[in-house]
Design a protein around this ligand. Structure first.
Ligand code: GRF
Length: 217
């Protein structure tokens, strides 16, 4: 049976689109059962039929916890096997994270643990990094701090600005996310004691995306 995936997204949804394309191409045995957003105008929502969309404005709720609880209930109602944050720009509270622990992942545009948080591309340039990239990690309550499953690397080139670097990273985010979610839905990846286990073997470093779009230990 296909894995049920819930996607949380706040923006344009190109990472969501890459999962949908992978499903359509028969590369990912999954179904996107819901797209959930804190931005009712997010373009990501339009990529699934209306009955699979949930979007609410956090301001309409009395507190962060109240919004998180409503989001968590909606996500749970879609009965997901995996929850993928793909450009979801709002911090998830500990209650949400704990409710879905072990099956909640995020894609972050940096080589974690470098550059947690926002503006990662500008910060990589400012820091003089020669390499940058993207990471898919398990979500824990501390922002961008969970165990990293897989990464994709790109060079930082002379003359780069945040936009040119972001575009180079985005081009590898898509195959990275697809390849990582393929492993997740196949049940090949789990987390134990802060380490990723692939096919039952502990990894000392994140998997790495190769130029063919495959993940290598
Ligand atoms: C991606 O760069 C993702 O890593 C970051 O936000 C961006 C979302 O892009 N957190 P999209 O909405 O998937 O196109």
């Amino acid at each position: 049976m296909s894995a049920r995936i819930a996607v949380l997204a706040s923006g344009r949804g190109s990472n969501l689109q890459c999962l949908l394309d992978g499903i359509a191409a028969g590369q990912l045995d999954a179904d996107v059962v819901g797209v959930f957003s804190d931005k009712p105008a997010a373009a990501a929502l339009d990529k699934v039929p209306p009955e699979r969309r949930w979007a609410r404005t956090p301001k309409a709720f009395g507190s962060r916890d109240a919004f998180d609880a409503a989001l968590a209930d909606a996500v749970a109602a879609s009965m997901p096997d995996w929850i993928v944050c793909a450009g979801y720009m709002r911090i998830l509270g500990a209650g949400f994270v704990q409710r879905f622990a072990g099956r909640l992942v995020n894609i972050h545009p940096s080589l974690l643990p470098r550059h947690k948080g926002l503006h990662t591309h500008a910060r990589a340039i400012e820091a003089g990094d020669t390499e940058h990239g993207a990471s898919v990690h398990f979500v824990v309550p501390e922002l961008d701090a969970g165990t990293v499953i897989a990464q994709a690397r790109v060079p930082v080139l002379p003359g780069d600005d945040a936009d040119t670097l972001a575009a180079r990273v985005l081009a590898v985010e898509h195959p990275l996310l697809l390849a990582t979610v393929r492993l997740l839905v196949a049940g090949r990846v789990a987390e134990q004691d802060g380490r990723v286990r692939l096919d039952g073997q502990s990894l000392f470093n994140p998997l790495r995306l190769d130029s063919a779009g495959n993940l290598q230990p």
